[in-house]
Design a protein. Structure first.
Length: 139
């Protein structure tokens, strides 16, 4: 009887040790980084491709703007439940407003799960602007 208890105790200890080893080997889910647009040179109003991000709840948009000659540009975030009718909601921020010089920065936003997004690069004239936007997705 004592040998059986010791055997069960050893099996339990070995099982727990293996389980802890498996848990330690599984990487923790961290932020995901995704290039949303660019680097691309634009001279007219341009939309990015549509994007959707599953279960992430927060998104940071990092942008880099390289102006060759002064050109006013805004980067606006649009949302759609079905990628048909796009709209701007009060909770959807403007990433950059009326930029006229080289710039970089970021904007925090909350992601509405299940919706699709796209960016509008709204320019005022034909001077070339090189734009890059990267998204960092967090749970």
């Amino acid at each position: 009887m004592i040998n059986r208890r010791i055997s069960l105790l050893l099996i339990t200890i070995i099982s727990l040790t293996l389980l802890i080893g498996v848990i330690a080997a599984v990487p923790l889910a961290g932020p995901k980084v995704q290039t949303v647009y660019g680097p691309t040179s634009i001279t007219e109003d341009t939309y990015s491709s549509n994007f959707i991000w599953g279960l992430n709840k927060e998104v940071d948009f990092f942008y880099i703007i390289d102006q060759t000659d002064a050109n006013s540009m805004s980067i606006k975030l649009y949302v759609s439940p079905r990628a048909v009718n796009w709209y701007r909601h009060n909770d959807v921020p403007t990433i950059v407003a009326e930029n006229t010089t080289d710039a970089s920065g970021y904007v925090d936003t909350t992601y509405i799960q299940g919706f699709q997004y796209r960016l509008l690069f709204d320019v005022t004239d034909a001077n070339a602007i090189t734009v890059t936007v990267v998204a960092v997705l967090r749970n």
